[in-house]
Write a protein that binds this ligand. Structure first.
Ligand code: F0G
Length: 433
């Protein structure tokens, strides 16, 4: 079915055709949502759940096209119904594991903790869920160049998805010296035109907006409402993984605030369609070095705080002016959400703790985990609450932080020991059996 979707301004409500490939309202400059008439399919909530379960259970050997095993396109009618199936660029992505917290949960007094590990996506972050939609739509709209500003994960995903499309160029604007070597290597390896700029992420964001205004270049930051339609599927998939139980809490790290916005939007759509019957609560967590959204929340959202983002091990969320603030605020209000901020020590210890328990999650993901622990300690989250923490990227994109933590004096540090190459030295190091 096509013709189901259009853009609507979140501030003034003005509508625009999806084909206009807009990024902002021409009347008031507000952010845009994709709004789709999903009721036109005429299915009940139960019928949708059945359809998605059948697709999830299908064997990969039955799939004739990559997107049929994608955890994004499993929900394709609800993602971007106007995109023809033969236009989908998929690796495939999504279908990440939902890990039971086990001993990690016990240590944090969260007996029903789950971690949705988005680091298991093809480029090792949740951004792939957005890029499969964004790059597909860019191609369908006739764009030959796609671009983004990035703290390292969006650029890796953009580069990798653009590389799937013959003749498509990816241009990535990166804050020089503020992303990891692994992330930089990903953009280079996929052949993106990679520009390191002497500014921070917010500076790159302003410049990429100017670039896309000056040239026919499709912007694929989360400001692009089409891209984040794919990210709605993180929470949808987690709920399906839980056998359609809706968690009490979904906890998300917040940088530019696109992901929290996408997750909230998707949940509202499923409530409306009757796919789910209960609202979870949302928690958005920031690192204290870059927590403008938290500062706004603390002021009851009476003002939109921005800041110069400071240095943090959670470098992917080192953002001082979250572009999607208005959308994220809307979701926090609707889902009776909370916003919290965690210190470097808290996030680094959570990073080490999760990895100690075998969950290879990144420092940005650890911000969410540390936030969940903090909200638990404060009694906001209760011991028996069903909690899904969204881990947004893989630990090994941030291996420098991991080895620095263990070589340094962190609470859970496990430093390597350098020894002479003799059995005696090894036995002495091991101590008594
Ligand atoms: N976690 C990771 C690993 C990220 O890379 C990002 C954002 C976030 C969380 C926050 O998501 O911005 O939607 O609130 N990374 C962007 C990038 C900014 O360029 O890779 P958000």
């Amino acid at each position: 079915m096509t013709g189901l979707s259009s853009f609507r301004c979140v501030a003034c409500g003005m509508s625009f055709a999806l084909a206009e490939t807009r990024l902002a309202c021409s009347s008031c400059g507000g952010l845009l949502d994709v709004v789709s008439n999903l009721r036109a399919f005429g299915r009940t909530g139960a019928a949708w759940r059945d359809l998605f379960d059948r697709r999830r259970a299908a064997s990969p050997s039955e799939a004739t096209r990559p997107f049929e095993t994608s955890g994004v396109w499993r929900f394709r009618e609800h993602v971007l119904p106007d995109l023809p199936e033969d236009g989908i660029v998929s690796k495939p992505e999504g279908a990440t594991r939902l890990y039971a917290g086990g001993a990690l949960g016990e240590e944090l007094s969260l007996s029903r903790l789950f971690v949705k590990h988005e680091g298991e996506n093809p480029t090792l972050s949740f951004k792939d869920r957005g890029m499969t939609v964004g790059v597909s739509w860019a191609r369908a709209s006739g764009f030959k160049t796609v671009a983004c500003a990035s703290t390292g994960d969006t650029s890796a995903a953009l580069a990798a998805y653009a590389a799937e499309v013959p003749g498509m160029r990816a241009v990535v604007l990166l804050p020089q010296g503020k992303i990891t070597d692994e992330q930089l290597g990903q953009a280079l390896a996929s052949g993106a035109t990679t520009l390191g700029l002497d500014t921070d992420f917010d500076g790159c964001m302003r410049l990429v907006a100017e670039l896309t205004a000056a040239r026919p270049v499709f912007l694929l930051n989360s400001k692009n409402p089409v891209r984040i339609e794919g990210q709605k599927t993180i929470a949808w998939e987690a709920i399906q993984d839980l056998g359609w139980r809706v968690p009490d809490w979904i906890v998300v790290p917040v940088g530019n605030a696109g992901n929290l916005s996408a997750i909230g939007k998707g949940l509202r759509e499923w409530l409306d369609l009757g796919v789910i019957g209960k609202k979870p609560r949302l928690a958005g967590i920031q690192a204290s070095a870059a927590d403008p959204f938290f500062q706004s929340y603390r002021r009851g959202f009476t003002e939109r705080v921005t800041c110069v983002a400071g240095d943090t091990a959670a470098s992917a969320i080192r953002i001082g002016a979250p572009v999607s603030h208005p959308k994220a605020e809307r979701e926090i209000r609707f889902f009776e959400g909370v916003v919290e901020s965690v210190t470097e020590a808290e996030l680094l210890d959570a990073f080490a703790l999760a990895n100690r328990h075998g969950l290879a999650i990144c420092p940005n993901s650890a911000v969410a985990l540390a936030g969940a622990a903090k909200l638990r300690q404060a009694g906001v989250i209760r011991e028996a609450d069903l909690v899904v923490v969204v881990a947004t990227a893989h630990a090994l994109k941030f291996s420098g932080t991991m080895s620095a933590y263990h070589r340094g004096g962190g609470r859970l540090a496990n430093p390597p020991r350098l020894l002479p190459a003799t059995l005696d030295a090894i036995l002495a190091a091991l101590g008594e059996p």
